[in-house]
Design a protein around this ligand. Sequence first.
Ligand code: SF4
Ligand code: SF4
Length: 380
Amino acid sequence: MQYVPFGKLGFDISRLGLGCMRLPMTEQDGQKAVDVPRAIALIRAAIDGGVTYIDTAYPYHGGESENIVGQALRDGYRERVRLATKLPVWKVETRADMDKLLDEQLKKLQVSHVDFYLLHALSRQRWEKVKALGALEFLDSAVKDGRIRYPSFSFHDEYDVFEDIMNGYDWCMAQIQYNYLDINHQAGDRGIALARKRGVPLVIMEPLRGGALAKPSADIQAIMDAYPEKHSPVDWAFRFVGNEEQVATILSGMSNEEQLDDNLRIFEDVRVGALSESDKKLIADLREAYRRRMPIGCTGCEYCLPCPKGVAIPRNFRTYNEFNMFDKLAEFPRRYQDFVRDSAEAGRCVKCGACEKQCPQHLRIRDWLQTVHKAGTADT
Ligand code: SF4
Ligand code: SF4
């Protein structure tokens, strides 16, 4: 296992972190539930294998994850790790809710304090809401009374929101989605540069893009096979993220012993600055190959917005592209319903053409929206 200093916090951390949101499951009478003894054994095996960062959150496994992590960390395991959990900001309506939720979490985890306490999945809207409710003062006071050590946040929104949040508090850590496809998405490379400038260490989630980078299509696998240095798709994805100095720990949600063993093997050699120029070129080629599988050449620049009918043009395009990229178009209609719920679906377009005048890529936005709508309503 490789270890790096956790920014300037004064201790080292394993580069592999265990995310406890996909614990081993069991099925009884058609009912799925976490296989608790196996989950506890898996968490302990990860720690015995050198993992020193354990990540959970209030909603994982319907609220069970924190309980199970609490059980796993008994018998001396708690002292061997840094423990992270998160405030479910969407459940917070008052300042008092924050204290209540944290106390409930400490009880479930059977600990007197957590190391990292994150405002969970901040977006513009959630950030503004919890800030107004006193979340920053809450973090300060929870540090002071010893219930948490390092106030942090996890993030899912666009870069400018990341910048606002980073500038809004003296954070000890930020957890972002990052992988070799997402260098210009959400916080992305610009987010990493900002974290570097501000000296905020990063924890990375979705290094495999929800597992998608682990199972590349045949054409993409062929690019890896042709490269002289042989590594698995998972290996390359971790090596890419781990190359970055600002990245402390990389989370992996492991569901079985085989994944754990595989990850422990890979993280023997996930080092800062280890990628050669030709490795980087390989990863750029892989990225390009994934991009070629995206039918719509939208860059997400948003010059086309706002649409008078509320169509979220780039978001519709990006989602449609991704379902194409990973050969999952049959599952697209279900996701399309999210857009319908937000009144932002492609089908709202009335073909006024205003957006196309603004598009630097000269995309036939109206035609593509029709294509997206057709795919999104294919089963309905
Ligand atoms: S053409 Fe459609 S998507 Fe574009 S601005 Fe008009 S209504 Fe919106
Ligand atoms: S202006 Fe064109 S490239 Fe930019 S987000 Fe809109 S559709 Fe995509």
